[in-house]
Design a protein around this ligand. Structure first.
Ligand code: CA
Length: 435
């Protein structure tokens, strides 16, 4: 499924791209950027630069299907690009790879085509119509369940249904924006009645975000064999969670205000095509687990529907920054830990006839591994806030404090492929508003 765009020997005339940890020419993620308050528009990350798709259109660098796709990718939101079939996205990727390769004569227009990424503001890449957060990290589901239901940590539906809740699209924001500590009704199990005030148990969740491409008509489910074509790309997603609000409000209807105050995503859409070299078989289910029901079972998906993506969480405290210390790595996990594939999530979501639309966003659920260094949220690391953890500089945390900065990162590394990354998903906690 790989092609010339993945060729490890391919180099770019954008010198910073060659050997770049995130954005070599083999990645080419799409995003929306602006410079100095100018209009937001579509671009592609290449090394330390952003390639301006609109400028390339003006220079006449595209033709045919690739030009149609470039026009769809040049505006202030990428929904028109996401709406196109995967074949059009692939044609654009192939042309961009040629334009940016060392063999291209486009380098003569570098000053028009490239912007210093450090000078660009990155926006949400698409207008999010609907946002659904899954719960596909089985180690997170089991550990979270142990805290509230030690006798029955995994609910009986877990191994049959890719469990999800419908979350809030309006408060999805791009990396870099501050995260206001929410207020809400809080009641810890030790308290008799709730009070209203600032969240005391603020947490992050390490998740893979999924950008939906071409959707489906209402009442027309997506057969699992066709679901892969509906997945346009991926990002990192931090499902900020107010645990004290969440645990009180969510019985019996699930998360609401404990989640809906904000979700942060990394700003680049790493395409399904860029991730082709990093697909792996879905790990076999443990002995005794039921097989997926037929509408969620597809041989090709089982054979290469999972991804090998290392995902990290870093925490930077005010004390670390004052000491000029590096952020502390809280977690290294991998998307191979997910119990359900993204194809199964898409097929399940549409199985009742629910229509998905271009620019819909999925979260995978918290990606925790089984080892102590691979846990994707504080709830699990501290066993519901019971056990403080010690950071590298000796500070301790149960939950996030004001002015803490959380950064998610993801990198793909496989023999025979050029490594690629996702870029940052960053947020700084700022105090709750005054009464
Ligand atoms: Ca979540």
């Amino acid at each position: 499924m790989t092609d010339a765009t993945h060729d490890p020997a391919r180099l770019s005339w954008v010198a910073s791209a060659n050997g770049h940890a995130e954005f070599p020419i083999q990645n080419l993620p799409f995003g929306v950027f602006s410079i100095a308050g100018d209009r937001p528009r579509g671009g592609v990350a290449i090394g330390d630069a952003v390639f301006d798709i609109g400028a390339a259109l003006e220079l006449g660098l595209f033709s045919g299907t690739a030009r149609d796709a470039a026009e769809a990718a040049a505006g202030p939101a990428l929904n028109p690009l996401l709406a196109l079939p995967a074949s059009a996205r692939r044609a654009l990727r192939q042309r961009l790879s040629d334009i940016l390769s060392v063999d291209s004569d486009a380098r003569g227009n570098a000053s028009r085509l490239l912007h210093d990424a450090a000078a660009c503001t990155l926006h949400l890449p698409a207008n999010v119509g609907d946002y659904t957060d899954f719960f596909a990290g089985i180690h997170h589901a089991r550990k979270g369940g142990q805290i509230s239901r030690p006798e029955n940590p995994l609910m009986p539906n877990y191994k049959y249904v890719p469990v999800a809740y419908h979350s809030r699209a309006s408060s999805v924001r791009p990396s870099g924006e501050d995260v206001r500590r929410p207020k809400g009704q809080r009641k810890l199990p030790s308290e008799a009645t709730p009070t209203f005030g600032a969240c005391r148990n603020l947490d992050y969740e390490l998740e893979l975000g999924v950008w939906i491409g071409a959707g489906n008509r209402q009442d027309e489910p997506i057969p699992i064999g066709e679901a892969a074509e509906r997945i346009a790309g991926f990002c990192l997603l931090n499902d900020w969670s107010a645990r004290d609000i969440q645990s009180w409000e969510s019985q019996p209807l699930g998360p609401f205000l404990g989640k809906s105050f904000r979700t942060t995503v990394s700003p680049w859409i790493v395409t399904a095509e860029a991730l082709e070299p990093f697909r792996i078989a879905q790990p076999a289910r443990p002995d005794g687990d039921p097989p997926p029901l037929p509408h969620l079972l597809d041989a090709a998906d089982q054979a290469h529907g999972a991804y090998d993506i290392d995902c990290d969480v870093f925490l930077s405290t005010p004390a670390m920054r004052a000491a000029n210390a590096e952020p502390y790595r809280m977690c290294r996990s991998n998307t191979r830990e997910l119990y359900w594939t993204v194809v199964q999530m898409v097929a399940h979501h549409a199985s009742n006839g629910c229509n998905l639309r271009p620019g819909d966003l999925f979260g995978s659920g918290t990606i925790s591994a089984t080892d102590a260094g691979g846990i994707g949220c504080l709830l699990e690391m501290t066993f519901g806030g019971r056990d403080a953890i010690t950071l590298g500089n000796g500070e301790t945390r149960r939950y996030l404090e004001d002015d803490d900065v959380v950064v998610l990162q993801a990198h793909c590394r496989r023999p025979g492929a050029v490594p690629i990354g996702f870029g940052e998903c960053r947020g700084r906690i700022v105090p709750a508003t005054a009464a």
